[in-house]
Design a protein around this ligand. Structure first.
Ligand code: Z5A
Ligand code: MG
Length: 225
């Protein structure tokens, strides 16, 4: 296996089916590809940093919005060397949420009228900076879903970000990230995730065929141009 593994990120709105589809994609790529496939997820709640994030999301602790943003990013940086190792060993890596979730959620908070003044001053650039230099994905699959369809998939849970106004802002910020990524030539595909699971799966599978047997190019760095 001389080709490195592909790095595929699945991003998307709340209840768009990221976890469902990353599992299905993992199974699919294991069948059609010539190499092992590994599924990872952010936040990774198993590490000490991940446990701080988990406590925050479940409202068991309070943190400044800047601090939690940096913890989400640190949670990716602590995984960086093992992620690179997997890719360099030729393993395909599927990732459920990545740095784009970081920017979408933190910048969305700054757009909420009731946010503290220091949070309202957060800029989009500031939100991107901590993740600049992480391994860049070869493909980002963005699962798009309307607020109405998301609602049909069950009410909001108990976690801190599961509130209608914030989720609306998150949608807007993801649109901005998508425009930026597409302008900079990154392979970002938006998928209508409102369809049935199998239909969404088929569409996703149609985009990954070329990556199933690895990639011949070096791993790029995120947001460092
Ligand atoms: N966050 C952040 O702020 N900064 C960061 O840097 C990162 C994350 C990485 C926790 O994330 C929070 O962390 C999240 C963003 C923030 N806050 N919010 N909101 P998480 O990834 O742990 O969140 P989650 O609990 O996994 O929720 P989710 O990702 O939004 O859900 P999902 O994975 O997209 O959906 P799902 O679990 O696959 O499916 C949801 C339900 O819909 C389930 O009952 C499925 O059976 C059903 N489903 C799935 N697909 C379909 C279709 N096609 N039709 C019908 N029903 C379906
Ligand atoms: Mg999920």
């Amino acid at each position: 296996m001389s080709r490195r593994g592909a790095f595929i990120v699945v991003e998307g709105l709340d209840r768009s089916g990221k976890t469902t589809q990353t599992n299905l994609l993992c199974e699919h790529l294991s069948k059609i590809g010539d190499r092992p496939v590994k599924l990872i997820k952010f936040p990774d709640r198993t590490t000490p940093i991940g446990q701080m994030i988990d406590n925050y999301l479940r409202s068991k602790s309070e943190l400044d919005d800047h601090a939690i943003h940096l913890l989400f990013s640190a949670n990716r940086w602590e995984m960086r060397s093992s992620l690179l190792q997997l890719l360099n060993e030729g393993i395909t890596v599927i990732c459920d949420r990545y740095a784009f979730s970081g920017v979408a959620f933190t910048f969305a908070k700054s757009l909420v009228a009731s946010a503290p003044e220091s949070t309202r001053k957060l800029t989009y650039e500031w939100c991107r900076t901590p993740d600049a230099g992480l391994p860049a994905p070869d493909l980002i699959l963005f699962l798009d879903i309307s607020a109405e369809v998301a609602k049909l998939r069950g009410g909001y849970g108990d976690e801190r970000y599961e509130k209608a106004e914030l989720q609306q802002r998150v949608r807007e910020v993801y649109k901005r990230i998508q425009d930026d990524m597409q302008t900079s030539g990154v392979h970002w595909i938006s998928i209508n995730a409102s369809h049935e699971m199998e239909v969404v799966k088929q569409e996703i599978c149609s985009y990954v065929k070329d990556l199933s047997n690895g990639v011949n190019e070096p791993i790029k760095s995120l947001w460092l141009t």
